[in-house]
Design a protein around this ligand. Structure first.
Ligand code: AMP
Length: 387
């Protein structure tokens, strides 16, 4: 069989990990990104072009067998235009919905998934009306192009409205805003799912996540302490989304668990940071299964033996040699330069049970001075052991 060539729109770390997972499958890759230093460019040919450059998109479409994404903010009309020439998975309609928080919430309502109370906001006067409906605390978000906590402002009293508007009004004109109730959730969980071209649907064990300043800091899988009803409901919501979108590839659904109820936060039509643990922690990773799905191959086993914790390196990497000496763990350096708030790598620590995972994480916390980052996961693991 001829080696399939996969085109990836966006050349960040997700593209890089797709390439690493797809190479043993015999796949080859071509990447398109608007930045010349896109980190996937170290592993596959990279064309640097703007997303609106239709010639560059058509050149990529002619050179590959299928196109997928590392980045959901590729303009949906550009994705639509190339879908006429080459299969594009996930389909541009899923991209279009995930790009707009309001459209996303409408879809969640359609499949019966509750969300935090929200109101659309496009002017300063509408922000006051929205605050009456939603109350405080609340979080004002840009409808489009927000990621890793960017394009968000938290309001703790009505007096914060002017500052919130000053921070986001320029984006209100262009994209519109949304005001959401700030939920005092018990936990954040994500469902990572994959749907094949033939409609086969699988999920990985649910993942519990912790964010710092809106950026994912830690993921733990399987998420401990969830009832069978909550797990089944989370999976069924994700299945309903995937079927409604006739989705192909990996899909992530981020949920809040609030007073025993699931609330939909957002979905990602791509491989997701909260699924990075699956590279070493699951029998078949999200990256390999995404490629299997988009290439029309049989899906791999999403099961997991034991417990895994993923720790993001944000801003800069710790010393690799120290980490590898002290931790029996897996190291991922994305090849990106250091910058505050930027995801530059991650590590995954696997263990057979919660108590051995806790011992390993404690050692990493001490050695790298990361006790504060690891504290929430250590508390949850200790509670799990006590049960
Ligand atoms: P988002 O980009 O919408 O996923 O927001 C990033 C992170 O901010 C989430 O993972 C949560 O930790 C937090 N967050 C976002 N929206 C809310 C909300 N409505 N209530 C509480 N926390 C939120």
């Amino acid at each position: 069989m001829k080696a399939p060539v996969v085109g990836i729109l966006g050349g960040g770390q997700l593209a890089r990990m797709l390439i690493l997972a797809g190479t043993p499958l015999g796949a080859r890759f071509q990447v398109l990104d608007s930045c010349s230093d896109a980190c996937a460019g170290a592993l596959a040919p990279l064309e640097v072009a703007d997303w609106q450059d239709r010639d560059a998109l058509q050149r990529l479409a002619r050179a590959v067998d299928v196109i997928t994404f590392d980045f959901e903010n590729v303009p949906a009309d550009a994705a639509e235009a190339i879908a006429a020439s080459v299969p594009v998975f996930p389909q541009p309609n899923a991209l279009a919905i995930a790009q707009d928080r309001l459209a996303e919430k409408a879809l969640f309502a359609e499949i019966g998934l509750a969300t935090p109370t929200f109101s659309a906001v496009s002017s300063r006067a509408e922000l006051d009306t929205a605050l009456q409906n939603v109350g405080v605390p609340a979080i004002l978000k840009t409808r489009r192009l927000g990621y890793d906590g960017k394009g968000q402002f938290r309001l703790y009293s009505l007096a914060d409205a002017d500052r919130a508007w000053a921070a986001l009004s320029s984006q209100a004109a262009e994209y519109g805003l949304i005001l959401e109730a700030l939920v005092a959730f018990e936990s954040e969980i994500s469902v990572l799912a994959v749907r094949g071209r033939d409609g086969e649907f699988r999920t990985w064990p649910l993942t519990r996540n912790w964010h710092t300043d809106g950026v994912l800091s830690l993921s733990l899988a399987p998420a401990p302490g969830l009832s069978a009803e909550i797990e089944a409901a989370a999976v069924e919501h994700t299945r309903a989304l995937a079927e409604r979108l006739e989705y192909v590839g990996v899909l992530a659904l981020e949920l809040f668990l609030d007073q025993g109820c699931l609330l939909g936060n957002e979905m990602a039509p791509r491989v997701h940071n909260s699924g990075h643990w699956s590279i070493e922690g699951a029998h078949c990773s999200q990256f390999e299964n995404h490629l299997r799905a988009v290439l029309g191959l049989p899906l791999g086993d999403t099961g997991q033996s034991g417990q895994a914790c993923m720790l993001n390196w944000i801003g800069s990497l710790p010393d690799m040699a120290t980490f590898l000496r002290e931790a029996d763990a897996h190291w991922h350096d994305y090849g990106k330069s250091s910058r505050p708030g930027r995801k530059v790598g991650h590590a995954t620590i696997c263990a057979s049970d919660p108590s051995s995972l806790r011992v390993r994480l404690q050692r990493i916390g001490r050695t790298l001075g990361r006790e504060a980052q690891l504290a929430p996961v250590l508390t949850v693991l200790a509670q799990t052991e006590a049960c």
